[in-house]
Design a protein around this ligand. Structure first.
Ligand code: HEM
Length: 437
């Protein structure tokens, strides 16, 4: 396992804004869900649904991943940023473009959607210029770096289809069929978000939970399988195939994350650190949502015959919420309470260690607050999935409000980590140790 070398990492002021802004994307998605109308349960491509999807995947998860890549790349994977200034400009561009992009979906203004989509493509280009060198040399072959390399390519492919779909909505070159929608969506969800999450977890889950007795055994084949399924499956879906082909694609897409989930479970059960902190808990909860996502995804591929109320949209919505908010979102929340406090410790207290008592990383965030965020977010996700599957708009809206509340709490707790002074917690003095305060 690669050890952290945070001295090579970028400044706190560069990374922190990405983590602090990310929950705003979730808050926006939760609010849109809270204001959902009857269309939300009838058509997966209803304007409000597409708006909330992009607020969640691009405003929340992708924003958080940007911060994580800028931090973990140089600090853990041995890469470097081309330019810190470029990363700051990138933050500004992304934070400006995302609300505009989401608004154009909400209004279904296809002309402005084209401009906002171009801004988003610019944001991804700015990111990729820094991200490829940041994840380190692929020739070193570290598993997380290989996953991240593949996921960055998938981001470019997803954005390429996304801007094409935005273009055709405006200029009517061809229709955005349900298959084309699903192809773009899965390239983004599995290819970009899924691969990133899986690669980062290979690095962080063993590191934070002290796994020494076991190692990943199938990381390479799982990567190959997932890339093939996301790319091949995404393209096949764009041809609007029949139910049996859709089911085969869904099974192929589920195989990689499913095998990865078993690997993660194996590693987590072999951990030396017996007491779970928020990151460890989040990993288990997230794996639970992965199982839910896979089950709902397979059912959604079959479609109408197995859909509650014979309404496939309800199944698709529940599947999307389980994957985005449950599997990926909870993993991001758990890791945010490790990445950010570590960065704060490094930049603020490392120099003082040995000179005066300094807090340890665990003193920099409140475990109680972090668990509360995890609990509210998990409950909100379950309520929203239930609302979607039951076809009950009020339950769905309540889930949206809870997700917004969880996002607000998450943001406040992260701001506290970055801004508040931290005191070292009193510790028991062992034999032979001297009290320094
Ligand atoms: C430049 C970047 C992007 C653009 C311009 C874009 C644009 C679009 C457009 C035009 C649609 C179809 C709207 C319709 O006809 O109903 C769509 C759907 C979708 N996109 Fe993107 N997209 C981008 C990036 C992404 C990324 C990175 C992800 C995932 C991580 C993603 C996930 C989705 C999903 C899940 C849907 C389906 C939404 C639904 O059915 O509610 N997109 N996108």
């Amino acid at each position: 396992m690669t050890l952290a070398a945070p001295g090579r990492g970028p400044a706190l002021a560069l990374v922190a804004p990405f983590f602090l802004a990310a929950p705003l994307g979730l808050a926006l998605a939760g609010l849109i869900l809270a204001f959902s109308n009857g269309d939300t349960l009838l058509a997966i491509n209803a304007p409000r649904t597409v708006a909330l999807t992009h607020a969640a995947v691009i405003g929340w998860l992708t924003m958080g991943i940007f911060g994580a890549v800028y931090q973990l790349g140089p600090a853990v994977l041995g890469g470097r940023l081309v330019s810190s200034r470029l990363a700051r400009v990138h933050f500004f561009v992304h934070a400006t473009v995302v609300p505009a992009f989401v608004w154009t979906f909400w209004q279904w203004d296809v002309r402005l959607m084209g401009y906002a989509a171009s801004g988003l493509v610019l944001s991804f280009i700015l990111f990729l210029i820094n991200a490829f060198p940041a994840i380190g040399t692929l020739r070193r072959g570290a598993l997380p770096a290989r996953y991240l390399g593949a996921s960055l390519v998938m981001l470019a492919v997803t954005a390429g289809f996304g801007i094409t779909w935005a273009g055709t909505l405006q200029h009517l070159w061809f229709p955005v069929t349900m298959g084309r929608l699903a192809g773009h969506a899965h390239l983004g969800l599995l290819g970009w978000l899924g691969l990133t999450l899986m690669g980062v977890a290979y690095q962080l889950a063993p590191m934070f939970n002290v796994v020494q007795r076991k190692r990943p055994v199938a990381g390479g084949p799982i990567l190959a399988l997932t890339v093939t399924a996301a790319l091949g499956g995404g393209l096949v879906l764009m041809a609007d195939p029949g139910p049996w082909v859709r089911l085969a694609v869904a099974a192929a897409m589920a195989a990689g994350p499913g095998a990865w989930g078993i690997e993660m479970l194996r590693l987590m059960l072999a951990r030396s650190r017996r007491t779970l902190d928020v990151q460890g808990r989040a990993t288990f909860v997230s794996l639970g949502f992965l199982v839910v996502t896979i089950c709902l995804g397979l059912l959604a591929a079959i479609g109408k015959p197995v859909s509650p109320g014979h309404e496939p949209t309800r199944l698709l919505l529940g599947y999307g919420i389980a994957g985005v908010s449950g599997w990926a979102g909870i993993m991001l929340i758990g890791n945010s309470y490790k990445i950010l406090p570590f960065l704060v410790w490094y930049h603020r207290y490392r120099q003082l260690a040995g000179i005066r008592p300094v807090p340890v990383v665990a003193d920099i965030y409140s475990e109680g607050a972090a668990r509360a965020v995890l609990a509210v977010h998990t409950t909100g996700t379950i309520v929203a999935i239930a609302g979607a599957l039951l076809g009950d708009l009020n339950i769905l809206r309540a889930g949206g409000l809870m997700l917004t509340l969880g996002a607000a709490l998450h943001m406040v707790s992260l701001a506290h980590i970055v801004l508040a002074p931290h005191a070292p917690a009193p510790r028991r003095i062992g034999p032979g140790e001297v009290a320094t305060r």
